[in-house]
Design a protein around this ligand. Sequence first.
Ligand SMILES: Nc1ncnc2c1ncn2[C@@H]1O[C@H](COP(=O)(O)OP(=O)(O)O)[C@@H](O)[C@H]1O
Ligand code: SF4
Ligand SMILES: [Mg+2]
Length: 383
Amino acid sequence: MTSTGGNETVSTEKTTAEETGVSTAKDARPVRDGEPLLEVENLGKHFPVTAGLLRRQVAAVKAVDGVSFSVRKGETLGLVGESGCGKSTTGRMVMRLLDPSFGKITFEGRDITSMSQGRLRPLRRDLQMIFQDPYSSLNPRKTVGAIVGAPFRLQKIQTEHGVKKAVQEILELVGLNPEHYNRYPHEFSGGQRQRIGIARTLALKPKLIVADEPVSALDVSVQAQVVNLLEDLQDELDLTYVVIAHDLSVVRHISDRVAVMYLGKIVEVADRSDLYERPMHPYTNALLSAVPVPDPSERDDRQRIRLQGDVPSPLDPPPACRFHTRCWKAQDICKQVEPPLVELSPGHEAACHFPENTTVSATDEVAKAAVAPGPGATATDAE
Ligand SMILES: Nc1ncnc2c1ncn2[C@@H]1O[C@H](COP(=O)(O)OP(=O)(O)O)[C@@H](O)[C@H]1O
Ligand code: SF4
Ligand SMILES: [Mg+2]
């Protein structure tokens, strides 16, 4: 544990996520290949837009439009993309805080997509969310002890030496002073408040934590400390994370695998180093080109790609490849045929007709699958 009680003087070899570059704590850890804890298939959320006295539906915001991914036990999946692309909506559906419009969510082999809130209650212990804003997510009128202890009371959990002792142990675990049990949120700094938020999610020893922009509201100087804390806790408590961020440096620092979202769809998924070293989707490439490079000798090799125009509205997303209105490689087929998300190299999926850093494309892979003989045959058999 790198944290020390109560203040933000956490010892860390890394300063900001930007400064750490590629070489991070995750490099020392192999990507885990455990069984899937969470599986999401073709998940979508369309928010209805209504008008008139009768509130008839006149359109729909296609916030999330068919995303599929899985998260293995003990790993961290980063979910990254520009603001408004559907990251939070995806996270909230996985937590069952929002009902999906379509698709399927499987947690530990159980379909939880339409499980009633009553049946979900015991599962609430296993599924927890960390929110972006530590200021608004903590009740200012409650003490830290009451906030972190609430889950025990709500779930009627018996603790060996009482709730107070259990809460103090958690406060210590997240680097807060257990003596501050009776203090109120406003008496803490931003980073400490996020630690309180993290302590609250840990109370019931969850299996999966969805952290939605966990450090975006914090000063850059504190961000790395909270990211390091999340990593330490993962090792200590065997946690599985989905970390949502618009900032590629944060996701790069903490993730084993990264999924890139654009306008309600996942456009690329790969192991972290593969994604950062060999991005295949032009959108990923553009996002990466905007990340500051800490090593000046590497700066000249990478050209900054400036994306044209704004992200189109999710009310009326462009047909076929949604990125075609901003893509410098777009051709006619991109406007007519949606490229599916397919595996273009082992563990590396991308949805593009003309991907980079590879000689195959989503179109080739689909064509190959179409001519492949029945089940049991391998891709090589089909060639
Ligand atoms: N309750 C809602 N009603 C209507 N539209 C929503 C609602 N929540 C989110 N949206 C819209 O869905 C899209 C995706 O939002 P969100 O998931 O918050 O994106 P992100 O977290 O990637 O910034 C945005 O266009 C947003 O305005
Ligand atoms: S499918 Fe076409 S428009 Fe879409 S990202 Fe690939 S090259 Fe660009
Ligand atoms: Mg969000």
